[in-house]
Design a protein around this ligand. Sequence first.
Ligand code: S3P
Length: 169
Amino acid sequence: RTAAALSRPVFFIGFMGAGKTSVSRKLARKLGLGAIDMDTYLERREGRRVKDIFAEVGEDGFRDIETDVLRELAAKDPLLVSCGGGIVKMLRNRVILRESGFVVHLRVGVDEAASRISDKSTRPLFQNLDDARALAEERAPLYDDVADATVDTAGKTVNAIAYEVKRLL
Ligand code: S3P
């Protein structure tokens, strides 16, 4: 599958700290397209922070809201969407991603991801390295399963990654 000359959304997936938000913003500027960060959009829609949603309705409640948001964004005109790292957890989301756009996996190792994440308090599922490693291992096959293209981000700048993605579209 290809992005069909950007006639559909491009979804960025990958583990927390992969650079989905930064890369999509940078690429949006290069392409003259809009970029939307799913979690930011979700927080505005809900009027509360992701960490508060987790505290109030748990991960299951968060996943339900996340799927509603994904459906909304998948129906929009071509734009770049940076997804939450857990978007691939639910089968229903993997189906929506595959059917709605071009999916780019930004791959990152857990140690590098940890060094990129300045504020762990906003990420309820990235609290310590052991748990993050287990989660990353569980997610790896799911990212691979849904990705149309994968870019290894190890040691690369946001600009270099955005340029690499641009050539894939
Ligand atoms: C999550 C990743 C977060 C956010 C939520 C859950 C996950 O997004 O959606 O904390 O399950 O991996 P980022 O990947 O943007 O940090």
